[in-house]
Design a protein around this ligand. Structure first.
Ligand SMILES: *Cc1c(COP(=O)(O)O)cnc(C)c1O
Length: 486
């Protein structure tokens, strides 16, 4: 692990590389009759384009790419986001011509291979969830949530009733109450008790027959498994509500516990977290959603089904919630998730979850004497510390995050979950080595030490980046992309 960034390019705008007359491409001499140009008023001859050679274009953009951070550059413990390594074999297979050149309007007879892959993936995800009916349509975790809550709505509609409330614990991911609102339900928030579990008394007093269901993030955003999950399920089912489990972070549970066995009715996965599909930067995700057998009739169309030896896309589902997107899901990412699962196999997947949990607990055990740990119990895939102790010395969690950059480490998620003061949410994932975890622990301990002895160094970090502290709101709203030395 490098101590600091070695080569930090000071990159100007591509327009500043421009030299009049320089070209990146050369067109061959005209060998067809010259055609007449459109009328003058449609043509511009003063387009402000940079005039640069091919070499300059490649170097400019490659240098710009080096100003960014990525999983392929260093440790990226961004809690809840599961920034695990994305194996390159996933890309190699997803880019095989047979997958790459598929077209959604092809006849089913010519796409049996991809349909078989999707069918098998549905089966595996159904088995892992203990919820056998699966759709691969949703394009993101939040999109899986939307699909799931629309299914909750369809369920109650099929029983001829209208309900208005969905319960959401305050340790849920922010997309959960947002989804509730999008489907037109009202969120009633359930507080977290002192042990990090849902407050069961609060849950019971919120229950009535206007409750359509519960959305629970499990493990919660505290990185904790809900220990009363069976009682919670029983309570919700006692009013014939449904339980949606946000399984974005199933990387803590795959092969170890089946949500269906725990009384969960609907669950989404983030293939772009748990199953190593690349994500971030708003790229395409894959939020496969699994439901109880008797809810299968509500799944969005089409669903891949198998009849004898043939795979088909089933649109004939009169109770379906309808379409949630065009065509069949982000197929190239579905292929990546499938490849990862095949590479690891049954035991490998279980090992994945166990190692993710072990790594998070390793960090928990090695940092809890220097950072406050609000819920000191075994965590799942991530651990949430509080920077409260450092804040008393005038070093905020934001400063700690910025200081990590000086050591080539991406900051963890900060100030989330909201119920933890000065939160530092750390998710190492299973793909990191013990050496990397030890380096991270050593750096975090050093920063805690600096907070005591040299707080200014932490407060003024980062020190080795091309830009230092940005006004983050202004940087997003009014970006200044021109390089000016500080
Ligand atoms: C990441 C995440 C989501 C949202 O997933 P997107 O693909 O970004 O929509 C939802 N819930 C939890 C717990 C998550 O970690």
């Amino acid at each position: 692990m490098p101590e600091t960034f070695g080569f930090v390019p000071r990159e100007p705008l591509i327009f500043e590389h421009s030299v009049p007359g320089r070209r990146g491409v050369e067109l061959p001499p005209l060998d067809v009759p010259e055609a007449e140009l459109p009328p003058e008023e449609y043509l511009r001859d003063e387009l402000p384009l940079p005039e640069v050679s091919e070499v300059e274009v490649v170097r400019h953009f490659t240098r710009l790419s080096q100003l960014n951070f990525a999983v392929d550059i260093g440790f990226y413990p961004l809690g809840s986001c599961t920034m695990k390594y994305n194996p390159k074999v996933n890309d190699a297979i997803a880019n095989l011509p047979g997958f790459l050149h598929l077209h959604p309007y092809q006849d089913e007879a010519t796409v049996q291979g991809i349909l078989q892959l999707m069918y098998e993936l549905q089966e595996w995800l159904g088995e892992i969830a203990g919820l056998p009916a699966v759709t691969l349509q949703p394009s993101a975790g939040a999109h899986g949530e939307l699909t799931g809550v629309l299914i909750i709505h369809a369920y109650h509609t099929s029983k001829g009733r209208r309900r208005h409330v969905i319960l959401v614990p305050d340790s849920a991911h922010g997309t959960n109450p947002a989804t509730v609102a999008m489907v037109g339900y009202r969120t009633v928030s359930i507080p977290t008790g002192p042990d990090g579990n849902m407050d069961l008394n609060a849950l019971n007093s919120a229950l009535n027959d206007d409750v359509a269901g519960l959305m629970i993030t499990n493990p919660s955003t505290l990185g904790l498994f809900e220990e009363h999950i069976l009682e919670v399920a029983e309570a919700i089912h006692s009013v014939d509500g449904l339980i949606y489990m946000d399984g974005a972070n199933m990387n803590a549970m795959v092969g170890v516990a089946k949500p269906g066995d725990l009384g969960m009715d609907i669950l989404h996965y983030n293939l772009h977290k748990t199953f190593s599909v690349p994500h971030g930067g708003g790229g395409p995700g894959a939020g496969a959603t699994a439901v109880r057998a008797d809810l299968a009739r509500f799944l969005p169309v089409p669903v891949v089904v198998k009849q004898d030896d043939r795979y088909t896309l089933d649109y004939d589902r009169p109770e379906s919630i309808g379409r949630v997107r065009a065509f069949y899901g982000n197929v190239n990412n579905i292929v990546r998730g499938y490849v990862y699962m095949r590479m690891l196999g049954r035991e490998g997947l279980e090992d994945m979850s166990r190692t993710a949990v072990l790594n998070a607990n390793y960090i928990r055990a090695h940092l809890k004497d220097v950072y406050d740990l609000p819920y000191d119990r075994l965590c799942k895939h991530e651990v949430v510390f509080s920077g409260k102790r450092q804040a008393k010395k005038g070093v905020r969690t934001l400063d700690i995050a910025k200081r990590l950059i000086d050591f080539g480490i991406h900051p963890p998620t900060i100030y989330f979950p909201l119920i933890i003061e000065e939160a530092l949410m750390i998710e190492p994932t299973e793909t990191e080595s013990k050496a990397t975890l030890d380096h991270f622990i050593a750096v975090m301990r050093r920063i805690a030490e600096e907070a005591e002895t040299d707080p200014d160094t932490v407060r003024s970090a980062p020190h080795v980046t091309p830009v230092r502290r940005l006004d983050e709101a202004r940087a997003a709203r009014r970006p200044v992309v021109r390089w000016t030395p500080e």
